[in-house]
Design a protein around this ligand. Structure first.
Ligand code: GCB
Length: 603
């Protein structure tokens, strides 16, 4: 009966997904490869006003309303009544979350207004955008008092077109950013991580010509290792416009013409191609020219596929020696955003001898993907469909699809990304299955070249785990999280657990771990000591070593991270302590145990 209901739910979801307009059709502009565009940075100090009573919305608190704080009025002694003034208000640094910059905002969740002045001299026949790397969670943006865009989703970029709004010379931008947690949002009310609010990634003005490339992609053709194919999309191009592709190191110069939608396709053979891999992370300088627009990118070519329960990279079986991590700034706390943050985090992964990282639980800053491309680290990239969300709410589905679309759009040229993850630890239900099924359909439509996964909760019956969550049917690779020795079972018993894989797909154990406070030593039976964490890792290796279908692991977690769920004074102090490295950068015993384990695997 349950089975029949599930099947019905699947059918219904599938039919609805065919009827619904694809997420792509609903999108505003999102410029790919933004790091290679000329930009005028709007990073630096922005004035801010926290607004728990939502006063800044003026008379209409439900809609983006340019008459409130968006008007950026000034208080003039003796003048009309004005009860705010950005120019008299303090500043926050952008990029950066508000919680870690002002002590009084440490626990603040809600609406906060940002403002800064900027100067620009727009050229004729150009489009001007304000690019936001990310604003957690929802943002409404106004330029010179006019509403220019809204965005929902805290970890993906968006571009507000301001061409017709800005004047030559001085202008101002106001952004209302709201990180209130609500039932219908993605993520929703509860997460085991800090809800860092604000303009957490860089903001910049980006000028592009009248006709411009908003999307491009080049990859290996599926099933080949010497055929490159891809496309360019040009906004404003007439049908038949000539687009040039150049890859100098491969002596490739090719032209294609746009169709009526501004879409041009390329297919070229490249017999001398050096494939991208962890051992040889070869990137090629690629350039596209579309009329007045010229865009370069650094692209690597590699194939990734599944064969039975194997994952093949460039046609050969690969074992993913991974680590999970949050986008949390090393050593200073807060959201990470800088190249230096990325460098520190990924160099720890390299020290562990990882060839793979799981960027949990949402899209990380693009710096990390670019660096992973260069370092040869394969990446699992995820959207924040986390624990129980509002599975039957159409808005929630829309927002999840939108975040998925934005993640794929931003990152589809990074050879490091091999897996798109749809979700993490979602409770089983037909509604959940139908929801995630639609995400998987969307992901495959947007990017047929990568593998689809999810991190699923492992349920043990006695000492056996059967990997039969119905979600697995939608995935290419099964991720399973388990906390034997921490939330479940004793550490001593871990090696006695066995696993069954009825779907016969490749399996990654996408989380296991134990909490430890750096510097806290004691017997290996005492939770929160470094010795206990280390013991759990050693026991886990014994069990994992006996799983014939195991194709990788991403233990939880690289570094301690802030979480309001972790309140034990003197031990947790607002931090999830399952890191192998503490929030202060101290390496715990288990760091070296994992390092040793991965080193041995390489030999
Ligand atoms: C999990 C979650 C992760 C948590 C972790 C924990 O299963 O996926 O977000 O932080 O457990 O430490 O409990």
């Amino acid at each position: 009966m349950i089975c029949m209901f599930r099947r019905l739910a699947f059918c219904l979801a599938f039919c609805l997904s065919l009827l619904a307009p694809s997420a792509r059709a609903q999108q505003a502009t999102l410029l790919v490869d933004i790091d290679h565009r000329a930009q005028i940075s709007l990073d630096g100090p922005w004035h801010y006003i926290p607004d728990p009573y939502r006063e800044g919305w003026g008379s209409n608190p439900d809609r983006a309303n340019p008459r409130g704080y968006a008007a950026n009025a000034h208080y003039v002694p003796g003048g009309p009544l004005v009860q705010y003034d950005f120019s008299r208000s303090p500043t926050l640094n952008v990029p950066g979350d508000w919680n870690s910059q002002d002590k009084s905002l440490f626990y603040y969740e809600g609406l906060l207004w940002y403002q800064r002045d900027f100067s620009v001299h727009p050229k004729p026949h150009t489009h001007l955008f304000i690019h936001f790397g990310a604003a957690n969670y929802a943002a409404s943006v106004f330029v010179d008092g006019q509403h220019v865009c809204d965005h929902e989703g805290g970890f993906t970029p968006f571009d507000c077109e301001v061409t017709s709004v800005v004047k030559d010379g001085d202008n101002f931008v106001v952004a209302a950013v709201d990180d209130t947690r609500t039932v219908d949002r993605v993520p929703t009310l509860r997460t085991d991580w800090w809800n860092y609010g604000g303009l957490t990634r860089s903001v910049a003005l980006v000028e592009v010509p009248d006709t411009y490339i908003d999307d491009e992609s080049l990859q290996l053709k599926k099933g080949t290792q010497d055929q490159i194919e891809g496309y360019v999309h040009v906004v404003g191009a007439d049908a038949g416009a000539r687009i040039a592709l150049s890859i100098p190191d491969l002596h490739i110069e090719k032209e294609a013409t746009t169709d009526t939608n501004g879409h041009a396709e390329f297919a070229v053979s490249a017999s001398d191609l050096e494939l991208w891999s962890p051992e040889h992370p070869r990137l090629y300088k690629v350039s596209f020219t579309a009329g007045p627009d010229h865009l370069t990118d650094d692209i690597g070519f590699r194939s990734v596929e599944v064969q039975g329960d194997q994952i093949l990279l460039n046609g050969k079986p690969v074992f993913l020696r991974g680590i999970s991590y949050h986008d949390e700034a090393p050593v200073r706390s807060g959201r990470s955003w800088s190249e230096r943050d990325a460098q520190t985090l990924l160099s720890w992964a390299q020290e562990l001898h990882c060839n793979f990282v799981r960027m949990a639980h949402y899209p990380h800053t693009e710096n990390e993907y670019r660096l992973a491309d260069k370092l040869g680290l394969m990446v699992w990239s995820e959207i924040p469909v986390y624990w129980g969300i509002d599975w039957t709410n159409p808005h929630t589905l829309d927002v999840a699809k939108h975040q998925l679309w934005e993640m794929i759009r931003r990152d589809h040229n990074h050879p490091s990304v091999i897996l798109w993850s749809m979700s993490n630890e979602t409770p089983e239900s037909p509604e959940r299955d139908a929801f995630i099924h639609q995400l998987a359909v969307e992901a495959r439509k947007e990017d047929p070249t990568r593998l689809i996964t999810s991190a699923i909760v492992t349920h043990f019956r006695g000492t056996t785990a059967t990997l039969d969550d119905p979600l697995g049917q939608d995935l290419d690779v099964l991720g399973y999280n388990e906390y034997l020795g921490w939330y479940q079972g004793s550490a001593a018993d871990i090696p006695n657990y066995t696993w069954q894989n009825p779907l016969g797909k490749p399996v990654i154990v996408s989380e296991f771990g134990a909490g430890a406070k750096a510097g806290l030593h004691g017997p290996d039976t005492e939770k929160f000591t470094e010795e206990y964490q280390d013991y759990v890792f050693r026991q886990q290796f014994q069990m994992l070593g006996k799983m014939p279908f195991l194709r990788g692991m991403t233990p939880w977690v690289l570094m301690d991270f802030r979480s309001p769920m972790r309140q034990l004074p003197g031990v947790q102090d607002d931090y999830n302590r399952k890191g192998l490295v503490s929030d202060k950068g101290e390496k715990k015993k288990a760091f070296f145990t994992l390092q040793d384990y991965y080193a041995k695997m390489q030999r």
